[in-house]
Ligand binder design. Structure first.
Ligand code: ADQ
Length: 453
């Protein structure tokens, strides 16, 4: 079995206990064959003080590289998160582009390649993650690396008509041809990529393989998932914990609707808050009978669009609460912090409704975690955006279009009033699916495809 090398911007370090499902899946994959995890150390240092930190934990070696402030600004805050993130989430009007930031992004990819190449063997299998590192394989090839290299894009891929608004699209996208395998979340992402390769780069296609510069690249969808059985187990075992008991007690028999998202404009939070306010306006009978808990830990606060979103949501929650709150009831509970994965599972379990309404999402693991955490006997209902990758796998959810306020209000009402039998039926179909299509199936399929099966 070949050694596995995982390369990602952030690495879940050996002592990190809050690492999520993806980190657990990577650790499991690395343990199976022994392996190396390479990425940014999370530290910003002066150029002369850059270190490659080496560490081992069991069968896994870690190699973590420091970046300078300038590199981080251009590569991470700039091109990755102000250019690629909005564009790949179908929002070119939010995209900011500068040649200097693209140059900084390419330079960090080159630096990663220079530092990891000496650690690689030709019979390794290399798995690169996400939009921060698209050109990495091209940089590795130019240093003579012959190993099989796969890439997985965690976020969506827009159609070529949108991709071409990126001024450097030809330069960037052509580097994808250096991978043996490019994995995306859903088949629509794969078709968009095929259309780009054929229509814009003019490559030929045979089956699911494109040929560029004499090299063959397979493109396929691998919908990411969760550790379904583990989330189900956690959701039961934490019910006695203080955080869960306190939340339940504070509801005083009212229903709970829940949302859990990084504070990100792709998650559709302003429209969700507005829909909940409108639901209370139009359905007086639900006032004082349901609370909406939105958990949204801040992310990327150094990017201005994220700071603006935060204050916009504070105003929106404040306005709805000001209008409808009673001395003993607050309609929107807005909490800006993160929780342990197990605590979240407990929160999901005591909720009757989840609102997962992104404007665009590669997959959305919260939707899957909510389903996994429900009680089989009396499961909650899931309101899910048709623009989340997860909607293709969970058609039994209440599927809504987040741009349609009336449909959002209908969805909330439908979820809160759905008869128990119907909830059970819908839930059972989703849960069965997720038990089979879990995070382990995902990583095994990707790695089998990378091996060329
Ligand atoms: P994200 O945009 O981060 O991921 P998501 O898929 O929902 O979105 O994953 C978030 C993860 O963070 C979930 O496991 C969730 O439980 C956890 N989380 C969120 N809020 C939290 C909180 N307050 N405390 C603790 N944990 C919290 C990107 C893409 C997605 C894709 C994933 C995986 O944008 O579309 O599904 O990668 O590929």
């Amino acid at each position: 079995m070949s050694r596995l090398v995982v390369i990602s911007n952030r690495v879940a370090q050996p002592r990190e206990t809050r690492a999520g499902g993806l980190a657990a899946a990577m650790r499991a994959a690395l343990k199976e064959a022994g392996g190396l995890w390479f990425g940014w150390s999370g530290k910003l240092v002066a150029e002369g003080e850059r270190t490659l930190h080496r560490e081992s934990a069991g069968a896994i070696d870690y190699a973590l590289l420091d970046l300078t402030r300038e590199e981080y600004d251009a590569y991470y805050l700039g091109f990755s998160n102000r250019t690629l993130w909005p564009l790949l989430h179908f929002q070119p009007t939010v995209m900011q582009y500068s040649r200097a930031q693209y140059a900084g992004y390419r330079a960090v990819n080159q630096l990663f390649a220079q530092k990891v190449a000496p650690l690689l063997r030709d019979d390794d299998h290399v798995w690169v993650h996400d939009y921060h590192l698209i050109p990495l394989a091209a940089e590795l090839r130019s240093l003579g690396v012959g190993a099989r290299i796969g890439f997985f894009l965690h976020i969506p891929l827009p159609p070529p008509e949108l991709l071409v608004t990126l001024p450097c699209h030809l330069d960037l996208m052509a580097t994808m041809g250096a991978y043996d395998l490019v994995g995306v979340q859903v088949k629509d992402d794969a078709s968009a990529l095929f259309r780009y390769f054929l229509g814009v780069l003019g490559t030929s296609r045979s089956g699911d393989v494109v040929e560029l510069g004499g090299r063959q690249t397979r493109i396929a969808a691998f919908p990411i998932s969760i550790d379904t059985a583990e989330v189900a187990r956690q959701s039961q075992s934490v019910l006695g914990n203080a955080a869960i008991r306190k939340l339940r007690a504070s509801l005083a028999d009212r229903k709970l609707a829940i949302g859990v998202d990084r504070l990100d404009y792709s998650k559709g939070l302003p429209r969700r808050f507005a829909a909940f306010g409108r639901f209370l306006a139009e359905h007086r009978e639900w006032r004082s009978r349901v609370s909406f808990l939105q958990i949204a830990p801040p992310s990327r606060q150094e990017v201005p669009e994220y700071r603006e979103l935060r204050s916009r949501l504070e105003r929106s929650a404040g306005a709805t609460n000001g209008r409808y709150a009673e001395p003993d009831w607050v309609p929107i509970r807005y909490v800006n912090r993160s929780f342990a994965q197990a605590t979240l599972a407990g929160f999901y379990r005591i909720a009757q409704l989840a609102l997962v309404t992104p404007l665009r999402d590669g997959m959305n693991l919260v939707a899957k975690e909510f389903v996994a955490a429900q009680s089989p006997d009396d499961p909650g209902a899931l309101v899910l955006s048709c623009f989340a990758g997860a909607a293709l796998e969970l058609p039994q959810a209440i599927i809504i279009n987040p741009y349609d306020p009336e449909r959002m209000v209908e969805g909330i009402e439908q979820g809160l009033t759905m008869p128990r039998n119907e909830r059970r039926e819908r839930w059972a179909a989703m849960f069965e699916h997720l038990l089979v299509r879990d995070i382990n199936a995902w990583r095994r399929e990707f790695l089998a495809a990378l091996e060329g099966d």
